[in-house]
Design a binder for this molecule. Structure first.
Ligand code: 0O2
Length: 237
């Protein structure tokens, strides 16, 4: 993440070359990126700062909980800025006006953090601690752990607003935080890899969707069992 600005500049330059070669279909998007290069770069930089703020908050919580509970709740923290392609696809899908202001107003997941925990209970206590911080404002919460998606997807999603402090201003920025156990992340990562294979015949696709849903149930059972083993060990010690 340290070199995110360089990456963004490289990305924009590569995109511009792609546009010149005519590989980006939409004239509207082509015009938008060309006319707003500096604004787009600034926008991504602000989101990168917000992502770093939130990442630090979880690193701090993990340190403190490790000390006080002798148990490290967070296994891994992953961060990502939404790619320009994915952003433009979403802007188009939701019919959002093509301006940096409107994108920042309407798209909530440009900065994304994924917190992978060992156990389901850890997720809920981390969410409570995080949301009780006085500079974190909850914008939206979707609990796909309590209410899994039809395909079996489980994860807890928060959209929060956090302040970033710049040279001459303070800005509130939105960040998406996804919480998963290792098992939920394992399932979601594999599902994400295979679900876009649209060239499969419908009969095979249906079978795979149903098998994936079954795997999600097995994976959720495993989470419950591991959680129970931990409970028993805690009670016994
Ligand atoms: P990426 O690459 O992770 O950014 P949206 O789908 O974004 O238009 P909404 O309401 O924002 O609508 O979506 P939601 O339900 O909050 O979930 C968005 C993100 O959750 C996705 O981001 C995925 O990361 C993850 N997700 C949601 N459903 C599934 C699923 O069924 N399988 C998997 N593997 N991941 C899921 P993006 O933007 O799709 O991708």
């Amino acid at each position: 993440m340290a070199n995110a600005k360089g990456n963004i500049q490289e990305y924009i330059a590569a995109k511009t070359r792609e546009i010149i070669r005519g590989r980006l279909a939409s004239d509207k998007i082509r015009g938008f990126i060309k006319d707003n290069t500096r604004k787009v770069e600034t926008m991504f930089t602000y989101y990168n700062c917000a992502m770093m703020e939130v990442e630090t908050k979880f690193k701090v919580l993990n340190e403190e909980l490790t000390l006080s509970h002798a148990h490290t709740p967070i296994e891994t923290i992953k961060t990502r800025l939404k790619s320009m392609d994915s952003l433009m696809e979403k802007v188009d899908r939701y019919g959002i006006p093509l301006s940096v202001e409107s994108i920042m107003e309407n798209i909530n997941d440009i900065a994304g953090i994924r917190i992978i925990c060992s156990f389901k209970d850890d997720i809920y206590s981390l969410v409570d601690s995080f949301l009780s911080q006085d500079d974190v404002t909850l914008v939206e919460k979707k609990d796909y752990i309590a209410n899994p998606k039809e395909n079996g997807y489980r994860s807890l999603h928060l959209i929060v607003s956090v302040p970033i402090f710049l040279e001459k201003q303070k800005r509130d920025m939105k960040v998406e935080v996804q919480f998963r156990t290792i098992a939920m992340d394992f399932w979601a990562s594999l599902e994400h890899k295979i679900k876009y294979k649209k060239d499969l015949p419908e009969s095979i696709n249906e079978k795979l969707v149903s098998e994936l849903a079954m795997c999600a149930e097995i994976s959720a059972d495993l989470d419950e069992k591991m959680q129970d083993i931990r409970r028993q060990l805690t009670e016994a010690s």
